[in-house]
Design a protein around this ligand. Structure first.
Ligand code: TMP
Length: 205
């Protein structure tokens, strides 16, 4: 059983396979006796689910800054109601997307000011930071075929936007090599999971 709670985030462009990997990791940890909680942003529980619905399916105009604030609002709710209490109970929190998504999508993708977004991220989380972050890096062409034809509002933002997002993640990883680990997600689910486990085991040991 984990003595100390950890906060592990799963990041990457749409179609990178992070949700699948986050669930595999949860099972892997539970099988080893760790207490875990899986959550996601946007839309973990309650109000967050309503915000997710707006962000992904509202079909009118959404100003980029409004979009950023909605993601941030969801984040503060997730941190306060779910992440912090679980960490305090010594659990490992597995979070499917978190602050780096805002930097990659709203910053690098939409062109909002990155320093300001970092400040707002910090405000939304109360300064809480992930202990470990996986970035699943996949070529934009492969990612788009994985996403398929039925796209939500964010997935419909176009290939150029998604290339900028991918690039954004790689920039973040360069800047924070201790926390952020890049995994080649062009590979099979099994191979990606092997690579993820190796880093996870090193981290936990
Ligand atoms: P997903 O949960 O299926 O990955 O979808 C969430 C979408 O929201 C995805 O396109 C990434 C996007 N997103 C942002 O643009 N900014 C954020 O801060 C977060 C958390 C997600």
């Amino acid at each position: 059983m984990a003595k100390k709670g950890y906060f592990i985030t799963f990041e990457g462009a749409d179609g990178c396979g992070k949700t699948t990997q986050s669930k595999l990791v949860q099972k892997y940890l539970e099988d080893r006796g760790y207490n875990t909680v899986w959550t996601r942003e946007p839309g973990s529980i309650g109000l967050g689910q309503k915000i997710r619905e707006l962000l992904l399916h509202y079909d009118g105009d959404v100003a980029p800054r409004c979009e950023a604030f909605l993601f941030l609002a969801d984040r503060s709710q997730n941190i306060e109601n779910l992440v912090k209490p679980a960490i305090q109970q010594g659990k490992i929190v597995i979070c499917d997307r978190h602050t780096d998504s805002t930097i990659a999508y709203q910053g690098y993708g939409r062109g909002e000011n990155i320093e300001q977004l970092e400040y707002l991220n910090n405000l939304a989380t109360g300064g809480m930071k992930p202990d470990l972050t996986f970035v699943f890096d996949v070529s934009t062409d492969i990612a788009m075929t994985r996403v398929g034809k039925e796209k939500d509002r964010m997935e419909s933002a176009g290939i150029e936007f998604h290339k900028k997002v991918r690039n954004g993640y790689l920039e973040i990883a360069k800047q924070e090599t201790d926390r952020v680990k890049v995994i080649n997600a062009n590979n099979s689910i099994e191979q990606v999971f092997e690579d993820t486990k190796r880093i996870l085991d090193e981290f936990l040991n």
